[in-house]
Design a protein around this ligand. Sequence first.
Ligand SMILES: [Mg+2]
Length: 332
Amino acid sequence: MSDHLAAGYDLAVFDLDGVVFLIDKPIPGAAEAVERLRADGTAVAYATNNASRRAGEVAALLTGMGVSAAPAEVLTSAGAAAALIAEQVPAGSPVLVVGAEALRAEVRDAGLVPVDSAEDEPVAVVQGYGPEVGWKILSEAALAIRAGATWYATNTDRTLPSPRGPLPGNGSLVAVIRTALDRDPDVVVGKPQPALFTTAASLAKADHPLAIGDRLDTDIQGAVTAGMDSLLVLTGVSGPTDLLSAPAERRPTFVAADLSALFRSADQARIPATEVQGWQLTRDGDRATLSGAGDPVDALRLLCGATWDGLPPANLEPGSPEATELLHSWGL
Ligand SMILES: [Mg+2]
């Protein structure tokens, strides 16, 4: 008998970077979490906006890090984009591919013909991140879109994390064509669009899936749009101040320091919280004072109750040395 958080769900859909790994290193506890979910009978899926690897390559990468994954459990924005285009145009249609070889292969496997020139009269342009994407192919894409091809972007993440700092992501390359043509893509496939999550749920035949991510603007907003509960883990991009000031469409169901929360009581991660161990919050008009001491995530859950209710995060004040240190560490 268990009331732990994951027990309430029949599928856990993991974002990858910042949740399961950071660049090329597994996040401590991720492999154990996946194994324990499987042992408990909870299905596992992985959903990534990165369009430069195929599902099989992602599964091999995860397995190599000690995180068990089957190709069928992996949803990439490249695979989802190709599947979507195949639904919307006749089989065998020419599609101009801007991106990595993985995207080209997905387009081919979806029964379409990848091309690289506007002269081939593509009915669609699909654009994903690829390290070799340059002016020439971007120009062909711009010409094809101007001639009437439907423009699909696998995702619009502006940056890619790297050990040297953020690098231009697909959103930055999409912005090249957006600037040249003064228009947006017709379709964006990846998160925060709900397609990766809803496809994962339907493939696993899940009735009650949980999305797990590190970014409010992609993972959590995608889960909210898909009507799914979500867990924000603080091992990646979004931090406490992002959560405190999150608009309604980017608010997760749960927050936790890491994936170990999946195996503790759901009430220890649910937000907002009105009462937590160790911390107290006193409202006084448009200000609120945090006092006491305890787990930082508990304080965060308590504070979300005030800021999601309209209190500006800047109006939070400390009422104990521990609260002073905590708010300072969050830059408040
Ligand atoms: Mg991530």
